[in-house]
Design a protein around this ligand. Structure first.
Ligand code: SAM
Length: 285
């Protein structure tokens, strides 16, 4: 039986609600808008329009995936970040709003639009950080590194999708391990994995069952990669260059204790919109 837009949304809302999904109506509308490639206004103003059998089938499949816990972004296949569109899939973390703070802070450090800063990102994932930086600072150059080949391929597609040209190169490597001839960057940025192994089981089902563990956990205290970046980054930074790190909600004090004042000056730890210490800014002495 064919359903109208309004009827299909109602059916999906009920299914998502009984599966315990929050904001079921909003999520149902978002999935349908994605299937029909229309905006929310279309869904409201054309609520009586009948769906074709193919549209209804595709919508019901998406609703079924969401009801089983798959994040909306993986079903839709994209996520907006810093005003740009990014392809997403289970090989990389879904870009989070708090990471926009890292990008804003980085833009403040490379504010001279006429300069050509050399930037390194460790742990590129979708490439959302480097791509947003290069979109705003087209004269900059960036090397984006990820240990996951499939994440690196995704970052590469996202660079093309957002028309980032030769300014960005993407490498598969374990942190700085591939830099044999030592490059010297103006800025190193990273949103590293920072969840403690022991906290894995307590994560939301959406995260634990669908997002890559490699992107999330980092040793028994969650600080293994942050510790490594603070130790290894100075060799790849200009004097006065900056290291910018996103950290977990309770890691501010531990990170401050890692800082050797002979090597780094702690410039700031910025809070995110919820008031949580989130972005660490270090300057090489
Ligand atoms: C928290 S995700 C960040 C992804 C993206 N930059 C973002 O902000 O949405 C961390 C990324 O680091 C990568 N990663 C983990 N260990 C790594 C390592 N030793 N060297 C390089 N990349 C690593 C993961 O594959 C993952 O893509």
């Amino acid at each position: 039986m064919s359903l109208s837009i309004a009827e299909a949304i109602l059916e999906a809302t009920r299914a998502l609600q009984s599966a315990g999904i929050s904001e079921p109506r909003r999520q149902a509308s978002s999935l349908l808008a994605n299937v029909l490639k229309v905006d929310q206004t279309f869904l409201i103003t054309r609520a009586e329009t009948k769906l074709t059998p193919r549209e209804l089938d595709s919508f019901r499949q998406g609703v079924g995936r969401r009801a089983r816990g798959e994040p909306l972004q993986y079903i839709k296949g994209f996520q907006e970040f810093f005003g740009l569109d990014f392809e997403v899939n289970q090989n990389a973390l879904i870009p989070r709003p708090e990471t926009e703070l890292l990008v804003e802070t980085a833009l403040g450090l490379v504010a001279d639009a006429s300069a050509s800063p050399f930037i390194c990102e460790i742990g590129a994932g979708t490439g959302c950080i480097s791509i947003s930086l290069l979109h705003k600072r087209p004269r900059a150059r960036a090397v984006a590194v990820d240990i996951s080949p499939s994440a690196a391929r995704l970052a590469s597609r996202n660079a093309a999708r957002n028309e980032i040209g030769k300014g960005m190169s993407i490498m598969v490597a374990d942190c700085f391990a591939a830099f044999h001839v030592r490059p010297v960057f103006d800025l190193i940025v990273s949103n590293p994995p920072y969840i403690a192994d022991r906290d894995w089981e307590g994560l939301q089902r959406e995260v634990r069952e669908y997002e890559p563990r490699l992107a999330l956990t980092s040793g028994s205290d969650g600080l293994a990669m942050i510790r490594r970046l603070i130790l290894e980054a100075p060799a790849f930074l200009l004097k006065g260059g900056h290291l910018l790190l996103e950290i977990g909600y309770d890691q501010g004090v531990a990170v401050e204790q890692m800082i050797d004042p002979r090597v780094w000056k702690l410039v700031a730890i910025h809070n995110d919109l919820r008031g949580i210490p989130r972005t660490v800014v270090l300057r090489k002495q």
